[in-house]
Ligand binder design. Structure first.
Ligand SMILES: Cc1ncc(COP(=O)(O)O)c(C=O)c1O
Length: 427
């Protein structure tokens, strides 16, 4: 094949990748219908006579049914969902909450907001989800919750985590921000946690741009979550009283109307991505396996490939650094990055313990200030730099012809490693 595009050859992919998010006239009509209905807010007061007139009402039920649990509470973002979920699960001042060190800030920041202490633990090298061994080693008599995050839509080991949770009597609240439609042993992920908190932000598999969803099978936790997300108003006849300290984290009717249609597309979306992953994965294996999809646990019966992540083994790649491979692949028309994942404890907010109360109260200490986050070390997470490639999900959304071009781009770079090694040296 011809010269690498990174050396001014012709890129392998010429067909455009599909755009994300996807929508059609159904979303357009749904938006207009909400506009014309003048039901823009989901505040329960507007729907006393007919709760079913609310899009949020329907979305909550449809999202819960789809994921195999009883109750859903729609909120403004995944961050809101985690904040409410932690509060409903009883996280309070000085509690410890075990979270993976490789995750988005919102897994940890609501813990700080509740005056509690994020305890970061290491991840599994293949799945990049929380390591059950590390969870067990971190449990103390102050541990209130275990929080797995299903990284990129790949489930954490829910068997081992549930075993640990039951033995120690500590509930699991999952950060399911990425996990729409993914399954562990044939069941959607909310079946494996007391509460699961989803994000509906623009990149996620069901999205109205921003949004979140709390799912649980537990009526008591669902009622608490409902109260907290609705400014602390009581339920039913107590709707006019503020019975708790809460927040207005309600989702708008516009968001819910779009999310309902997006949810109806989810199965087809996951099928398309899974078929494309199967093709690409087989091709990569035939090309030597230096670049590959993570090994999948047979108990993972479905994953949504939200953030396609590949493992890169420089030893099988003539020692070519991952960032050079990523640059070559991107030049061929398959966007790819090799940014080293940075454990949360290394970010300034933790390393410098920037979570004391502001203003005059600054003399007060936040309970998490007792932890010196600069002394934490998670060797597996820290060893992933240069061994992980990330791609936007658009790479997996194309039709057969686009996917053939994506595969041709990988093939071209992987069969031109001598040429690429020379690029690396001249860099
Ligand atoms: C792992 C994880 N948790 C929580 C969130 C927060 O979701 P949101 O951006 O909807 O607040 C995100 C957002 O991307 C995330 O990736």
């Amino acid at each position: 094949m011809s010269t690498l595009a990174i050396r001014d050859g012709t890129p392998a992919r010429t067909k455009p990748l599909p755009a994300w998010p996807e929508y059609d006239e159904r979303e357009e009509q749904a938006l207009l219908a909400v506009l014309r209905s003048r039901h823009w807010s989901s505040a329960p007061g507007y729907y006393r006579d007919d709760p079913t007139a609310s899009q949020v009402y329907h979305l909550e039920r449809e999202f819960a049914v789809y994921h195999g649990v009883k109750r859903g509470i729609a909120v403004g973002s995944g961050t809101d969902a985690l904040h409410v979920a932690y509060r409903a699960a009883g996280v309070g001042l000085g509690d410890e909450v075990i979270v993976p060190c490789l995750t988005f800030i919102a897994t940890a920041s609501p813990i700080l907001q509740l005056g509690a202490i994020p305890i970061f633990v290491d991840v599994d090298a293949e799945s990049r989800c929380i390591s059950p061994d590390a969870v067990e080693a971190a449990i103390t008599d102050r541990t209130r919750l275990i929080v797995p995050m299903h990284a990129g839509g790949y489930p954490a080991d829910m068997d081992r985590l549930n075993d640990i949770a039951h033995r120690h009597g500590i509930p699991i609240v999952a950060d399911a921000a990425h996990a729409h439609g993914s399954e562990w042993r044939g069941k959607k992920l909310p079946a494996w946690a007391a509460i699961s908190a989803f994000s509906l932000q623009q990149e996620k598999q069901v999205t109205p741009g921003e949004g979140g969803m709390i799912l649980t099978d537990d009526d008591h936790l669902a009622d608490l979550a409902y109260i907290y997300h609705n400014d602390g108003r009581g339920l039913g006849p107590d709707g006019g009283k503020f019975v708790e300290m809460g927040w207005n984290y309600r989702m708008s009717e516009f968001q819910a109307a779009i999310a309902r249609i997006q949810l109806s597309r989810l199965d087809a979306l996951i099928e398309r991505k899974s078929a494309n992953v199967a093709r690409l994965s087989a091709a990569l294996e035939a090309l030597g396996g230096g670049v590959r999809f993570p090994r999948s646990d047979p108990r993972v019966t479905r994953q949504n490939y939200l953030y396609p992540s590949l493992r890169y083994e420089p030893e099988k790649m003539q020692g070519i650094p991952a960032d050079i491979f990523a640059a070559a692949l991107s030049a061929e028309g398959v966007p790819c990055g090799a940014r080293a994942p940075m454990p949360l404890y290394k970010h300034p907010v933790f390393a410098e313990r920037r979570f004391g109360p502001p203003g005059r109260a600054a003399r007060m200490r936040h309970p998490a200030q007792e932890v010196d986050y600069t002394r934490i070390s998670c060797p597996v997470a820290e060893s992933l730099g240069g061994r992980v490639l990330g791609m936007p999900q658009e790479v997996l959304l194309g039709d057969d012809e686009t996917m053939s071009q994506v595969i041709a781009a990988f093939e071209k770079v992987l069969t031109h490693l001598d040429e690429l090694a020379a690029v690396g040296i001249g860099r």
